[in-house]
Design a protein around this ligand. Sequence first.
Ligand SMILES: [Fe+2]
Length: 241
Amino acid sequence: MTAGRRFVEALLDRLSEDAVAGKPAAAFHAALLECRNGADFHDGPGTPYWDPESDPDYAAALAAAPAGDPLTEAARAVAPLTRWNPVTRAEHVRPPYDADVASRMLATLAIGSFCPVHYPTVRAGLFLLRGGLHYPLHNHESPEIYVGISGAVTISHGLNGDTHQVSPGGYSVTPSDTLHSLTTGDAPVLLAFIWLGPYDRPIWWWREDETSPTGWTRSPWHRQVDNSWAMDDEEPVVSVS
Ligand SMILES: [Fe+2]
């Protein structure tokens, strides 16, 4: 079995209990089943852009994951075959946002175009969040699931901050266009993620702004050719529901 197929199988297993209609994870499980049946699996040498094993936070996250967890082992196998990138770069974070956020998030795709699992309509991979991260309130069109591998991250949904933790064995679903933020403690966090739907739409970061009629301003982020994101001019949020 290729490392990519092992990653798909481990994610399917992790979500299988909630793969019933009406459960938030059902759509992600269904998409992975289609992927398992239709994808090209082709492990080969990855592009040596970043060696995950050389990153102390990545190594610490793997070491802290529950022993023998199939998803952890699948992640360990597939990660070196993928192209890791910073989610954004400090020069792309405009004030008043804290550019420090750029150094605390790395991601890679294992399922997608030209990935170990070549399947263009599902994007899935690994997300490393370093300690001390606050990823500000944001939304995007693609529904998203985070599946816990190591460490604990607090995810907040909506303007009122309905929070819960994602840790090993758990997961969190963020529906399309739902505001959410992520906060880590001291320890690094490793998640698997799946995005469904369009991949080329902006991510919007929100911040409170007393000059805006709604009290909120948002900034669009657009994906760059290296798969990282860059921020464009902000605009007032015209309605808040
Ligand atoms: Fe998100």
